[in-house]
Design a protein around this ligand. Structure first.
Ligand code: FE
Ligand code: FE
Ligand code: ZN
Length: 276
């Protein structure tokens, strides 16, 4: 059975997210580790986390995906900005040890004119300073649309980061359908080729999660504007092929479409209905 969920607000705590997930037919979900716009970080209560984990068993929920604030930039030009990203990663990773089986997804960053090669070096450097041997969380690099100077716009760039990380076995990739499409990978007409290329360059065993988003823009637009499933340039039929593809169907899927809970409930039902 499809493991599918969506991005949920963490403002009411962990147990509340698990309950919301179950109420919309989700068996997984994604959440921000903290407010992406900054501000004070709320404490994670061990009893709330424990209650969520207990609820997981009852509701058949697994594979929660933590998303780092998208405002972080591990390859910024300013040293202070890079340090802030490093401190935030380190603090998030420490907290995430409370949640067994969690994965931590982040946007590699924007090199802001320093060049992709330097960006890749700085991102790997940040990871080498924050990962540790005994940690339990799998850290995922997200495939990016290539907006502005975003690093991670191609499978090659992600591979180059992975190659530089010492504790590389802690690392994986999250494929975002809107981002790869905007990045120029035609998953509508050539899904098999794109997945073959991913396997050849990165290795399919590195793929741990899929963000399901339609796109407001054509393939290669480098824009990153998410659209509701079936209402964008990717379209319903492509999503049917994606969620039933033998190379993908056992992965967890997370919707990040512009929806409230009712819209997510409908999209989850739509995608579940696509299973053979
Ligand atoms: Fe993201
Ligand atoms: Fe995403
Ligand atoms: Zn996006």
């Amino acid at each position: 059975m499809l493991r599918i969920g969506c991005h949920l607000s963490s403002s009411k705590g962990f147990l509340a997210m698990a309950k919301t997930a179950e109420s919309i037919g989700a068996t997984t979900f994604q959440f921000f580790t903290r407010n992406p716009r900054g501000g004070a970080v709320k404490e994670w209560l061990p009893e709330d986390v424990a209650a969520m984990l207990e609820y997981f068993e009852k509701a058949g929920i697994a594979k929660p995906l933590a998303h780092a604030p998208y405002t972080l930039n591990a390859c910024a030009k300013e040293e202070r900005t890079r340090e802030f990203a490093l401190e935030t990663f380190a603090d998030d990773l420490k907290r995430l040890e409370m949640i067994p089986g969690v994965m931590y997804n982040f946007h590699p960053g924007s090199h802001v004119g320093q060049g992709a090669e330097e960006g890749i070096r700085l991102i790997a450097d940040t990871l080498n300073k924050t990962l540790w041997q005994e940690m339990h969380t799998t850290v995922l690099l997200e495939t990016m649309a290539g907006k502005g100077s975003e690093v991670g716009r191609s499978f090659e760039e992600l591979r180059a980061i992975l190659d530089r990380v010492e504790l590389s076995d802690k690392m994986g990739v999250c494929l975002d359908t809107c981002h790869v499409w905007d990045g120029g990978y035609d998953i509508v007409e050539h899904l098999d080729d794109v997945l073959g290329e991913f396997d050849r360059i990165i290795g399919l065993e590195r793929l741990h999660a899929v963000h399901l988003n339609d796109s407001m823009n054509p393939c290669g637009a480098h824009k990153d504007r998410h659209e509701k499933i079936g209402q964008g340039h990717i379209g319903t039929e492509a999503f049917r092929k994606i969620v039933t593809h033998p190379m993908l169907k056992n992965l967890p899927f997370y919707l990040e479409t512009p929806n409230e809970t009712d819209g997510y409930r409908a999209e989850i039902a739509l995608l579940r209905g696509m299973e053979e």
